[in-house]
Design a protein around this ligand. Structure first.
Ligand code: KIV
Length: 272
């Protein structure tokens, strides 16, 4: 009989491994603030990612590069205060782990100590392996991230699908194996061919979470603002919109403005 993971009071990194072993898909979504994280956790999300996509959707930057470690700690601590069940993974921002492994360890310790997150995620394979090793020695669980790694956007030059060519696909497979061997508890694969993602998920023991990587992986992640339809100008094919909040919220705000202007709000029941 399959274990009922929805009844677990807390999701841990070990739970995710059990889920993969049992063939139960892992749900993961981003959140960056207390109010949204409360809803996502209450809905039964397995993993909440405090992504550096906060740089885009919360701060309005064009890329994820400007967000700082202090800002990530602010977002992650707001999310941590909201949750009862979900595992919280916080992104290490650009510049906080690539320099050397000591900087990486200091960054990971700060984010864990000051936010209360349960794990960190960082982008890259062999290039950042020493940083991952050093973070792991401090007992901090690490999630890897391969494929389209947005912190390298200026190297790629485009947000197009990655690893469509054999050489890049081969490097991705080798990087994934190395991340597993080094001790990462899971890996995000972003925007790569579904067949390649399937191969990685089949060949690795640890959970593989996809975003734009097909459905033959161990779980899925999306950016909250994309799936809620708050971002109406970002439309890659891998997003499924569950709401059209941009239009719904704009409509509500327009109605409020109208009510204020026409002195319909507040009415007798809405005053003292
Ligand atoms: O920052 C983020 O939201 C992410 C996801 C796209 C996986 O890294």
């Amino acid at each position: 009989m399959t274990k009922d993971f929805t009844q677990l009071p807390k999701v841990t990194t070990h739970t995710l491994q059990e889920m993969k072993d049992a063939g139960v898909k892992i749900s993961m979504l981003t959140a960056y603030d207390y109010s949204m994280a409360r809803i996502v956790d209450a809905a039964g999300m397995d993993v909440i990612l405090v992504g550096d996509s906060a740089s885009n959707v919360m701060a309005g930057h064009e890329t994820t590069l400007p967000i700082t470690l202090d800002q990530m700690i602010y977002h992650a601590s707001s999310v941590v205060r909201a949750i009862k069940r979900s595992l919280i993974v916080a992104d290490l921002p650009f510049g906080s782990y690539q320099g050397n492994s000591k900087t990486a360890l200091d960054s990971a310790i700060r984010i864990m100590k000051e936010s209360g997150a349960h794990a960190v995620k960082l982008e890259g394979g062999v290039e950042v392996i020493e940083s991952i090793q050093r973070i792991l020695t401090a007992g901090v669980p690490v999630m890897g991230h391969l494929g389209l790694t947005p912190q390298s956007i200026y190297k790629f030059g485009t947000y197009a699908v990655r690893a469509t060519e054999d050489m890049e696909a081969q490097k991705l497979i080798e990087d994934a194996k190395l991340l597993e061997k080094t001790g990462c508890f899971a890996i995000v694969l972003e925007k790569i061919p579904a067949g390649l993602a399937k191969k990685v998920a089949e060949n690795l023991a640890i959970p593989i979470i996809g975003i734009g990587a097909g459905n033959e992986v161990d779980g899925q992640v999306l950016v909250l603002h994309d799936m809620l339809g708050i971002n109406k100008d970002f439309n890659p094919r891998f997003i499924r919109r569950y709401l059209n909040l941009y239009e719904d919220m704009k409509g509500a705000v327009e109605r409020y403005i109208g009510d204020v202007k026409s002195v319909d709000f507040p009415n007798e029941n809405e005053q003292y």
